[in-house]
Design a protein around this ligand. Sequence first.
Ligand SMILES: Nc1ncnc2c1ncn2[C@@H]1O[C@H](COP(=O)(O)OP(=O)(O)OP(=O)(O)O)[C@@H](O)[C@H]1O
Ligand SMILES: [Mg+2]
Length: 273
Amino acid sequence: MRSIAVINQKGGVGKTTTTVNVAAALAESGQRVLVIDMDPQAHATLHMGIELAPGEASIYEVLCGKMSLVEATRKVEEHLSCAGSHIDLAAAEMELSNVEGRDLILRNRLQEVADEYDFVIIDCPPSLGVLTINALAAVDEVILPMQPHFLALHGLSKLLQTIHLVAQQLNPSLQLMGVAFCMFDSGTRLAAEVSRDVEQFFDQSRGQQVPWAEAKVFASRIRRNIRLAEAPSFGRSIFNYAPESNGAVDYRQMAAELLEDRLGDGSRARLAA
Ligand SMILES: Nc1ncnc2c1ncn2[C@@H]1O[C@H](COP(=O)(O)OP(=O)(O)OP(=O)(O)O)[C@@H](O)[C@H]1O
Ligand SMILES: [Mg+2]
């Protein structure tokens, strides 16, 4: 099973859109996929057509030890399942603050389902609190969605520092797979400059003992596409909502890139070790 966290502490950069649509594209190509919604906003859950009432089985109960991950998981469609979230999850941050081993709860729960799925993709909230740390401790790979803005790199160092800390203290196999540019306006000079800056940064990190030593910028750029913004309110992925749209084309391509990476340099290095 490959496990991927989609993180960025900056809000509205495309984390949820990327989680849900990459998951749907992978499921469409026959991969068994589980989406875990670790965001109390529950946007990924809603995007997948699920609305949980208070007290209904959600990832909150799993983190509080009241329920197994299997019990909190619902089938969405062929090959695609979701462990949903609820606003209750906002309380988990405080409730877990005195629990010993709180950062490893999701990691332990995930082991229950390792044989059931080919991919688990975790949507994270726009913060670096206990929910995001649980996700980072549980996965092997990180995707970092970013908007190609002038300020996109602002905050990147804090994010990388967090990934580094989690890798050192909780999860030595954690690697940053790469940056996914979302809401990309191709043809603008700014977009090209920002993506070049990020590529250069990663090139300078090759060979260093950091979790982003093998990171890349996804070749698939997710173009700004109104269909992607409309799909969530119908509780459908872009492939059910507008299968011919640019959004569907771009996310299908990103999923294909992910599949190609199955034995990318990182995994080979780890397998050889
Ligand atoms: N490529 C795109 N084209 C047009 N709209 C998009 C695109 N990607 C995302 N959006 C829209 O932009 C908004 C923010 O996207 P999204 O919810 O995926 O970001 P997020 O990083 O998950 O936000 P948050 O930090 O609040 O969880 C949403 O309304 C979404 O529908
Ligand atoms: Mg989100």
